[in-house]
Design a protein around this ligand. Structure first.
Ligand SMILES: Nc1ncnc2c1ncn2[C@@H]1O[C@H](COP(=O)(O)OP(=O)(O)O)[C@@H](O)[C@H]1O
Ligand SMILES: [Mg+2]
Length: 281
């Protein structure tokens, strides 16, 4: 990790959008991510604001998942993947040598495209993180964390009478909410979601979207979505990434970042306009 951040000149479109009343939870400065030397993310600078929903959009392969994984160092686990630039969480360099990635992933949790409950009971799925991190003293405190997390994920009423049943026996939408309960059980600051509803039917999708709104009261949310409608329904801020046909003139593959309404209704860049109008996907 290099530390060129403070001197890095932000590109015009990707400049910091924070106003004084907006608290910056994560600050990304001049971030590059490559796989075996091939750049997937080029020079991305953005602020992720506290208790807001930020959506990453853009054509397939433009680096949305790659950049999302850089935010909690999930990229560390991928062969050939290297991150440079600076990313901070509440001012702390998450790529610092002494950063404990187990703690980092407690603070910056992740929900994946395909619901991936552990092959354990509903209760144990949610209790797993608090056990690892020692977040309770008594069984009743753990019961409480499990209940509050399932309430927070909008799943409690559906599962309260079958907490000992396997998590894998739930419907897809319920499994995804279980994964969200598992993420919030460890008290994260930020929750990263990579196309969390793309494997779900429209009703389950709507439930997840409503849940994202509620979660943003307490957490900072970053969501990758390929659905323009979903980005507009859930996100305060939208970042448009692009990869194909990047030219020397493009100093970053973050093409545009701003308030969701601006990005969709009044985009600055022609490529953003074409993408949000559905000209390419
Ligand atoms: N594990 C990997 N190894 C090598 N290249 C990868 C890996 N994951 C992603 N890439 C490449 O990085 C680029 C961005 O991929 P990705 O972040 O998955 O895009 P998106 O999520 O926007 O579809 C693509 O060119 C992809 O082929
Ligand atoms: Mg992806």
């Amino acid at each position: 990790m290099t530390h060129a951040a403070s001197t890095h000149a932000a590109s015009t479109h990707a400049a910091s959008l924070a106003t004084p009343e907006d608290e910056i939870r994560m600050a990304c400065r001049g971030v590059n991510v490559d796989y075996w030397g091939d750049l997937a993310i080029k020079n991305v600078t953005m602020d992720i604001l506290s208790k807001k929903v930020t959506a990453f959009i853009g054509p397939s392969g433009c680096g949305k998942s790659t950049f999302l994984r850089a935010l909690n160092r999930m990229n560390d686990t991928i062969d050939g993947c290297e991150v440079t630039g600076e990313i901070t969480l509440d001012g702390n360099d998450i790529y610092a040598r002494d950063m404990d990635t187990v703690f980092l992933r407690q603070w910056v949790g992740m929900v994946f495209q395909k619901p991936n409950p552990f092959p354990k009971s509903i209760y144990e799925n949610v209790a797993y993180g608090p056990r690892i991190h020692g977040l309770f003293r008594t069984k009743s405190e753990l019961d409480d964390i499990v209940e509050q997390s399932l309430i927070g994920a909008g799943l409690w009423d559906e599962v309260k009478d079958r907490l000992r049943n396997p998590g894998t026996g739930l419907s897809g939408g319920q499994q995804q909410r279980l994964c969200i309960a598992r993420a919030i059980a460890v008290n994260p600051e930020v929750i990263l979601m990579d196309e969390p509803a793309s494997a779900l039917d429209p009703i389950a999708t709507r439930k997840i979207e409503e849940l994202i709104h509620k979660l943003a009261e307490n957490y900072t949310i970053v969501i990758v979505t390929h659905s323009m409608a979903q980005a507009q329904r859930v996100a305060d801020k939208t970042a448009f990434f692009y990869a194909a046909g990047l030219t020397e003139d493009d100093d970053s593959n973050l093409i545009e970042f701003g308030d969701t309404a601006q990005v969709f209704n009044n985009p600055i860049d022609e490529r953003t306009r074409q993408y949000v109008e559905g000209a390419f996907g």
